[in-house]
Structures are given as C-alpha cells and as structure tokens.
Write a protein that binds this ligand. Sequence first.
Ligand code: TYD
Length: 145
Amino acid sequence: MLKIDFKSSTVDDCKLLNLPRIQTKSGSITSLNNSVDIPFDINRVYYLYDVPGGAERGGHAHYDLYQVIVAASGSFDVIVDDGNNQKTISLNRPYHGLLIVPGIWRELINFSSGSTCLVMASATYSASDYIRDIQMFYSLKSKNS
Ligand code: TYD
C-alpha cells in the first residue's frame, strides 16, 4: 500500500499509470483491481461530466487522499503543483491513469466537449480533507512551517 507524506510529496510522485487494456473486435475493456492496478484501496469512485467549455475544476489539495484520474472519454489537462514545481499532464486515453498523492495542488482545465473525468479515490468524501486556499497550501508545504 502506497504511503506518501503530505509534506514531502512532489509532482514526481504523480505518475502516469498504464492501465490494463483488453482489446476485442467489438471494443476494449479496462478493469481496475484494488492494490493490483491501482496502488491503494478504492473507497470511492466519482465522475465529472457535463463540464462546460472553458470551465476549470479542482483548485484544491488533500491532506490524506490518493486518487487516480482517468479521461474515460474525451480529454483534459491536469496541472499538479507541490509548492516548488508544477507539471501539466494531458489525459486523453481511457487506459491512462494519473496518480495524485496527498499534498498536491491540482487544477483540471481544457475539457473537451462531452468528456468524462473518472476518479478513483482512497477514501469516502470528507470536506475536512480539502485545502482550498492556495496560500495556505504553500505555507503548509514550506520547509519552515
Ligand atoms: P469538488 O471536489 O470541489 O469538485 P472539483 O474538484 O471537481 O471542482 O466538489 C464539488 C462539490 O461536490 C462540493 O460541494 C463537494 C461535492 N462532492 C461531494 O459531495 N462528494 C464527492 O465525492 C465529491 C468529489 C464532491
């Protein structure tokens, strides 16, 4: 089971996972199994859809939550920020999953029309696990705090 600390996590911990793909003549299947294909126990699945053009989602970090984000259809970009470095990952394949670990600020932008963002998460929903103020996030991540 993956264990990455809020304070020391970096954007390099946010890895693109190649998810298994079963291809048949009539379409493909991706099957995701706890602790096998996803490096944590999945306790929640949610998906974003009907996202209007130009909308931005995310804009927060989590204290404890691990997530894998998949563009189940269409495409969007994910910007991850650890307080020192940022990187942008484009998701546009249903067999690519972006692992996001605790202590990472994320923003989701450039949704294509009709896209679906599927998220597997390590815990059930908890409002108290969110940090929604970026200055507070930077200060919690800084070496001196
Ligand atoms: P939020 O996580 O801020 O959305 P995003 O990061 O995609 O922009 O959630 C938006 C709203 O939905 C907020 O009021 C909390 C609620 N919500 C739940 O009730 N359960 C959930 O599992 C999630 C992800 C959000």
